[in-house]
Design a protein around this ligand. Structure first.
Ligand code: UD1
Ligand code: M6R
Length: 715
């Protein structure tokens, strides 16, 4: 995901070269999170601007890896020798969400192309950016990128100019508050400006940001006071901006209705930031490292302060001040502790998890939420997929839908095919990309071909895409990586927004693809009155999924024990499912063989008696999916066929469901119940965890299983 890094030195001489090296090194520490472009901003030289002297900026940014950025800094022949005893530099790695990974979309973004008065790096998503952009365009701002972030930089300038017009020169912190008031969505962001040399403001809402502190001397206190505004000033500010935000006003009235930063408050710099003063209360040499991730700070300092949502960290004159962007609520903490990080770098990168795969499994409450964010209006049961809207009428008229993918992505197609057909009443076929190509399957102009891929770079799927494009079919991508080949080459599509997946085993991408496909089917049938009830039921179900996944993840201890005690020495494992759960069985089997190297097979429960039953005895471990849906009685009969042959299945069932007399079932793993077509989202989690713990027990390098690559770019 995107990463932020900032570096401020005060009374510590640093050359521009050293500052840039620091920023680049910080970004390198963020690389493991996944990204597609990188950039940085540092001070340039003093130049004449009318009567004034201003410090111009140097912004270097590029798609590609941090090493490409490093090379660009060399190619641009940036002077490395100028010395700064106080300087603020900011940098960013970007994982594209708004717009392709190309230079103009990389961060940092600036408020204007002439002087670059305000420069911003940002993580997260500004959900009201379209409206803000429209407003700012109407005010004459010229946009250089497709990003949501750029409107933040523009807002800084907009408010700065309005304050000046009103005769007030605002403090950077006060200006930040005015800007934040306009933003909806999530952010971690840093801003610098030549109007505030050597200063930076960092703030967050729903996206992490921390400040590392490095001093030679011991800090006086190990906390920073939170600076709340006095009530009068706060009220005035709220009246000014709180009750009349740009967009509520929706007009030019901002300029007339705007109340600047309270005059009494401007440049009022009370030194409450005691921690950063020396014994004689004078500022001391200090370096600050701002980052979205402790991994990039730990090599400089172990002293860090984690910002909370709505905190604004204002760094100037060697001090760190924490202000609040929201009003003080009762019981709110009035200090932020400066903590000592005891973790090792490796631990930080994976958080509390041992492997990326485990981290990604546990990220699913968030990743599934992010797939739906801004796309489902839960109150009115409406799904809007921006990337498909214009194409829906064409897709509704198509003769058939062909879903094409490989591996786990293929399973997400299988898992949703039935609800697709039910809601759209269009025949859907699901194809493995390689087999589809081998058969040179006929494709026509009135077909819609849906390509599902985490990486968007899988060779077989890309070749199949080209094949369909050549035959004039409409192509739709369901892709995680923005800017990937598939995302670019399809006519339209949906980014699943699951965030980067690093572990070779696909986990969170599966659940997000599944949801994206369900949302696709829902939007295709939005206007079908006969489907209204079913729609509402599914949308209600989707709303609960993130919380329900959290519940399923609580099974980890039980699963760990199961893998340790019962499955570890086994050579083979069967997974039984039917209907919606056949895909879950296939996906579980793939996960298990891919990560733990144990042979496993997903079997359609209805096929048991046609051959597979011969394998069943009291030794072969079997996992059966027996959650409640219309096929439940049939699944139960398959379980009975197994137990009648002394099999002792592990049954994944709904909470509180007495499946079968306990002595016949080895163990039950109970998951919450949801709508039939969504149940696979919950049922797959225990098998993801089983595959993970089997692999860990066997000492396998979970994130890099042998013979496999994350992105399969060869045929
Ligand atoms: C877009 C923004 C999103 C923002 C939202 C707000 C991007 C990448 N996404 O999301 O950050 O919150 O607007 O209005 O800018 N596409 C393909 N093939 C694919 C996937 C996508 O052609 O495989 C196309 C879509 O048709 C669309 C564009 O890429 O034109 C962006 O897709 P997506 O991110 O899903 O669109 P939104 O959800 O509208
Ligand atoms: O990037 P894609 O989704 O196109 O990748 C397809 C498969 O290679 C992938 O899902 C693979 O099966 C996973 N490693 C399974 O965990």
């Amino acid at each position: 995901m995107c990463g932020i890094f900032g570096y401020v030195n005060f009374l510590v001489d640093k050359s521009r070269g050293e500052i840039i090296d620091n920023l680049i090194e910080g970004l390198q520490r963020l690389e493991y999170r996944g990204y597609d472009s990188a950039g940085l901003a540092v001070d340039g030289k003093l130049i004449k601007d009318g009567d004034e002297e201003i410090m111009n900026n140097i912004i270097v940014k590029t798609p590609g890896k941090v090493k490409v950025l490093k090379q660009k800094v060399i190619d641009d022949k940036i002077n490395r020798t100028d010395i700064f005893d106080n300087h603020a530099g900011i940098a960013h790695t970007r994982w594209a969400t708004h717009g392709q990974p190309k230079e103009e979309n990389c961060h940092p973004h600036r408020s204007d192309s002439t002087k670059g008065e305000f420069i911003v790096v940002h993580n997260g998503i500004i959900t009201n950016f379209s409206a803000l952009r429209k407003y700012l365009l109407s005010k004459g701002h010229i946009f250089e990128s497709e990003t949501d972030t750029e409107c933040i930089a523009k807002l800084f300038k907009h408010f700065y100019d309005l304050n000046l017009k009103a005769g007030v020169s605002p403090d950077l912190n006060e200006l930040t508050k005015q800007v934040l008031h306009e933003l909806e969505g999530s952010y971690g962001l840093l801003v610098k400006s030549y109007h505030y040399p050597g200063e930076v403001c960092g703030t967050r809402k729903g996206s992490p940001l921390l400040v590392g502190v490095k001093t030679d001397k011991k800090l006086k206190v190990d906390f920073v006071d939170v600076e709340f505004e006095n009530n009068a000033a706060q009220q005035q500010q709220q009246q000014a901006n709180g009750h009349s935000s740009l967009l509520n006003n929706h007009s030019t009235s901002l300029d007339s209705g705007f109340i600047p930063v309270a005059p009494g408050e401007q440049n009022l710099r009370t030194s409450q930031s005691r921690a950063f003063l020396s014994e004689d209360d004078l500022p001391m040499p200090v370096e600050f490292f701002l980052s979205s991730d402790p991994a990039s700070v730990i090599q400089h300092t172990k002293k860090v302060l984690f910002l909370e949502d709505d905190d604004i960290a204002h760094i100037y004159d060697g001090e760190l001040h924490i202000h609040r962007a929201s009003t003080k609520s009762a019981g709110e903490s009035t200090v932020r502790p400066i903590q000592t990080l005891e973790m090792e770098l490796n631990e930080i990168m994976k958080g509390p998890y041992k492997h990326f795969m485990q981290k990604e499994i546990f990220e699913q409450p968030d990743s599934t939420f992010n797939t739906m964010r801004g796309r489902i209006d839960f109150e009115n049961s409406i799904v809007t997929l921006g990337g498909l809207k214009a194409f829906l009428p064409t897709i509704r008229r198509c003769r058939r839908i062909i879903m094409i993918a490989c591996g786990t992505s293929y399973h997400s197609c299988l898992a949703t095919r039935s609800i697709f057909e039910e809601l759209t009443e269009i025949p859907v076929s699901v194809e493995l990309a390689s087999d589809f190509l081998d058969r040179r399957s006929p494709v026509f102009r009135d077909d819609t071909c849906v390509f599902v891929s985490q990486s968007g770079e899988t060779a077989d799927s890309i070749l199949a895409l080209q094949y369909c494009l050549e035959r004039g079919a409409l192509t739709v991508g369901i892709v995680n990586s923005v800017g990937s080949s598939m995302s670019r080459q399809t006519h339209c599509g949906v980014h699943i927004n699951a965030g980067p997946e690093i572990g070779v085993a696909s986990t969170k991408a599966y659940t997000s693809q599944y949801i994206a496909l369900v949302m696709f089917a829902l939007s295709l049938s939005n206007d079908s009155i006969s489907k209204t009830k079913r729609h509402e039921e599914i949308i209600k179900g989707l709303q609960k999924i993130p919380e329900q996944i959290k519940k399923v993840l609580n099974l980890e201890t039980k699963i760990k024990k199961l893998c340790n005690d019962d499955l570890n020495d086994q050579k083979s494992l069967l997974l039984l499912g039917r209907g919606y759960q056949f895909a879950t069985a296939l996906e579980g089997a793939l996960k298990i063989k891919e990560i733990s190297y144990m042979h496993s097979e997903g079997v359609l429960a209805g096929e048991l008696k046609h051959g597979v039953l011969a394998l069943v005895d009291d030794k072969l471990p079997i996992i059966a999916f027996a959650t409640r849906d219309s096929l439940f009685p049939k699944t139960m009969s398959a379980i009975e066929q197994v137990t009648a042959r002394d099999g002792r299945p592990i049954v994944i069932c709904n909470e509180g469901d007495a499946i079968i007399s306990n002595d016949k079932v080895h163990l039950t793993l109970e998951v919450p119940q949801t709508v039939d077509c969504l149940q696979g989202l919950l049922n797959v989690i225990p098998v993801q965890l089983i595959s993970y713990w089997l692999a860990v027990n066997r000492g396998i390098d979970v994130d890099f299983p042998r013979n496999l690559a994350k992105s399969v770019t060869v045929e």
